[in-house]
Every structure is written in structure tokens, then in C-alpha cells.
Design a binder for this molecule. Structure first.
Ligand code: PLP
Length: 423
């Protein structure tokens, strides 16, 4: 059953209602290990499904281009205040539609087309919007990119410094989508200061860990911080840009009118609700447990002979290099999905295979931790992963189906917010 229930969709549009229910069941029955995903609370779900979606609010609280903002202004102001308090920053803009537009707004605020910008390359763990060639950020700017060290699998800070001093980028992005280790914000800050660049900490993946005290904060080191709200932060799909007072108006102008029109007010309310949840003591327990589960799962995979990029994890994310197992990331991810374990295939640093058929899989613990899984559940999950990969290599489909059935039975004891199999 859906909570909140969806009787109107069921009667008005049964085709879509059925597909929503299928997706809910899929989320319930699978061990969801995609590190950028989560399960939001009922309160966040409710906020995102309200009549706030009916309202246009171009502008900012107190300075709108449409009338009727008596309540929307209050909601957005509360969301901004909660973000500022939670992350210890002077300014927060909660309007970006998602993480990619948030990063585009940062470029719009600080760089001109053709300027040099710097970020981590995508195959090394960076995000598309950090200057990868197929992205607008790689087409419209002169992107220089850093990676990780071959011997350690960790960000090569010597390379970052050399590149920054030689190329003098306007902005330097730190953070990424496949970085299993703690980001050294003070080190990036001193490099950016030396190079005369603006440091942007893109904390999309780790915002919830930072809010919960399980990863160091970039506040006080990076004058600009971007984040999605829907990954470890466990809010609705959306994003925020946070900054020092100095950069506030440039960033606000870049989001609106520079890049966007009206903000998604239902999302803003859901962000506010999620930020309140993230400020509670239980969220600190959650963030700590995400990392504890990450370390336990990494340990269990290492014990089964898996190669992990950088040898393990400090956070919620594990990058597995399957080269020594003799299977590509894509067939492994597809077999795991059939076995009820959802991961994504991913390039590993210095990958010798093609990007659409890379050597790795990327796994993470935010969603399963929300379901209530703890360290003791990580060894069984590693065992299922290992068995499913072995079965994929042997093309043993019945074994994969047996694992999926075991996974379904196991997860039935861990409720998810928003849907339960009971009618
Ligand atoms: C997920 C992510 C983004 C982009 O977020 P979208 O909401 O998918 O546009 C940007 N940067 C990093 C580091 C991310 O992990």
C-alpha cells in the first residue's frame, strides 16, 4: 500500500498507478546499493506532493515577480535558514532544480565562456559537470582535469597543485561521484588560494554525512558549496548552493534570472522538511551508521578477494574493480540486478575497458541504512554479491533467481517509508 495513498491516480490513470506500484515494490524487494540513492521519509514525500506545485514564485523571498507569496516566502526562508544553520554557512540558495543546474549556476556566476576551469575527471571519480567534454561545462569552458594516484587510488593533491598553478583556473571543483575517501577540503583551499581560484566543494554525495558529522565540513574552507538534496541528505530531488556572504548575490543572480525561472515550491518545502530531519540527533546516528556499514561491506568484500579502488572506504561508497574476477562491470551489474541487488557499473581509475562496458561497479550504503540494515548484515550481502557474480560468470541463472528470492525474504523484515506490500 502507498503512503500517502494514491486512489485518485488509481482511478484516473491506472496505467501510471500500476507502474508506480511496480516501482515501489521493486524498491521494497531490492537491496538498493546505488550510492546516490536513498528512501525519503513520509514527511518529505508528503511535502513534495502538495499544492505548492501550483504556485509561481520567480525571484527570492520579499523580492518576487508574482503576487501571492505570503506563505511561499516563509517556506523558502525557513529552508534557507535551516540550510545555513545545518552547514554553518552565511548564505543558501535552495532553488536549483538539481545538482547539475546548481553547478552550471556557479560557472555562470564566476566564469566566462572560454575561461579555464578545473575539476576531477569523470573516469577518475568526478562529475560530468566538473568539465567533462560531453557536458556543457566541458564545451563552453577550457576544462583542465585532475585524477587519482595510480598507486593509492586517492586524489593526487600534487597534481592538483601543479595543474592549478600552471593553468590558473577561475574555479576549482573538489568532490565527485565515485570518491570512496575523505575529501581534504583544507588542502584544496590552500591550493585554490595559491592559484587565485574560487574553490567549489561539490558535496552532492556526502552532504548527509557532513550534516550528520560523519565527514569533515567544507564550511570555512570552500567559499562556495553545491549539493544535491536527494542523496545521503535524504531529501527530495533538488539542490542547494551555499556560500560566504561575499558571493551570495552573484550566485543568486546566476540561479535566477541567469539560469532558471520559477522555483519548485513543493520541492523547497520538502527540502525544508528534510533539513529539519537532518538536524535531529537521530540523523547523526544515521550518518555514522552509513559509514559503519560502508566499512563493514568493504571489509567483507575484501575478505572475499575483491579489489577495491583505494583499498577500502571512508564514507558511504565503494568502488569495486572486477578485473581480477574476470567479468566486466556491466554484466556483473546486470546479474546483480536480477539477483535483487541494485548497483551501477562504473569506470575505475585508469580503466582499460570502454566507458559503456567498464571494469567496475559502484556500491553504497545510504539506502540500506535507511531501511535499518546494520554492520551484521553486510557480510551476508557481500556473500550474495559474490555468489551472484560467480553465477553470472558460470551463466547459472537458477542460482541468480535463488539469490533474488533470499534477498526478498530477508528485506521483508525492513520496512521502507512510502510503501508496504500489505494491501
Ligand atoms: C549527483 C551529482 C551531481 C548532479 O546531480 P543531478 O541532480 O543528477 O543533476 C553533481 N555533482 C555530483 C558530485 C554528484 O554526485
Amino acid at each position: 500500500m502507498h503512503q500517502p495513498p494514491i486512489p485518485e491516480i488509481e482511478s484516473a490513470d491506472p496505467e501510471i498507478a500500476d507502474l508506480i506500484t511496480d516501482e515501489a515494490r521493486r524498491q521494497f524487494e531490492k537491496i538498493r546499493l546505488i550510492p546516490s540513492e536513498n528512501y525519503v521519509s513520509l514527511a518529505v514525500l508528503e511535502a513534495a506532493g502538495t499544492v505548492l506545485t501550483n504556485k509561481y514564485s520567480e525571484g527570492y523571498p520579499g523580492r518576487r515577480y508574482y503576487e501571492g507569496q505570503q506563505f511561499i516566502d516563509q517556506i523558502e526562508t525557513i529552508a534557507m535558514d535551516r540550510a545555513k544553520a545545518l552547514f554553518g554557512v552565511d548564505h543558501a540558495n535552495v532553488q536549483p532544480y538539481s545538482g547539475s543546474p546548481a553547478n552550471l549556476a556557479v560557472y555562470l556566476a564566476f566564469a566566462q565562456p572560454g575561461d579555464t576551469i578545473m575539476g576531477m575527471s569523470l573516469p577518475m571519480g568526478g562529475h560530468l559537470t566538473h568539465g567533462w567534454p560531453v557536458s556543457a561545462t566541458g564545451k563552453w569552458f577550457r576544462a583542465v582535469q585532475y585524477g587519482v594516484r595510480r598507486d593509492t587510488g586517492r586524489v593526487d593533491l600534487d597534481e592538483v597543485r601543479d595543474l592549478a598553478l600552471r593553468e590558473r583556473p577561475k574555479v576549482i571543483f573538489c568532490g565527485g561521484t565515485a570518491i570512496p575517501r575523505t575529501i581534504d577540503f583544507p588542502a584544496f583551499a590552500s591550493i585554490a588560494a595559491e592559484a587565485g581560484a574560487i574553490l567549489v566543494a561539490d558535496i552532492a554525495h556526502i552532504a548527509g554525512l557532513i550534516a550528520g558529522g560523519a565527514h569533515p565540513s567544507p564550511a570555512g574552507h570552500a567559499p562556495v558549496i553545491t549539493t544535491t538534496t536527494h542523496k545521503t541528505l535524504r531529501g527530495p530531488r533538488g539542490a542547494m548552493i551555499m556560500s560566504t556572504a561575499e558571493h551570495a548575490s552573484a550566485l543568486d543572480r546566476a540561479v535566477f534570472p541567469g539560469l532558471q525561472g520559477g522555483p519548485h515550491n513543493h520541492t523547497t518545502a520538502a527540502i525544508a522538511v528534510a533539513l529539519r530531519e537532518a538536524a535531529q540527533p537521530e540523523f547523526r546516528d544515521y550518518a555514522r551508521q552509513v559509514v559503519a556499514n560502508g566499512k563493514a561491506l568493504a571489509g567483507a568484500l575484501l575478505a572475499r578477494g575483491y579489489d577495491l579502488v583505494s583499498g577500502g572506504t571512508d564514507n558511504h561508497l565503494i568502488l569495486v574493480d572486477l578485473t581480477s574476477k574476470g567479468i566486466g562491470g556491466k554484466p556483473a551489474a546486470k546479474a546483480l540486478d536480477r539477483a535483487g541487488i541494485e548497483v551501477n557499473y562504473n569506470t575505475v581509475p585508469f580503466d582499460t575497458r570502454k566507458p559503456f562496458d567498464p571494469s567496475g561497479i559502484r556500491i553504497g550504503t545510504p539506502a540500506i541504512t535507511t531501511r535499518g540494515l546494520r554492520e551484521e548484515h553486510m557480510a551476508p550481502i557481500a556473500a550474495w554479491i559474490d555468489e551472484a557474480i560467480a553465477a553470472a560468470i558460470k551463466e547459472d541463472e537458477p542460482a541468480i533467481e535463488r539469490i533474488a528470492a533470499d534477498v526478498r525474504e530477508f528485506l521483508a523484515a525492513f520496512p521502507m517509508p512510502g510503501w508496504s506490500p500489505q494491501p
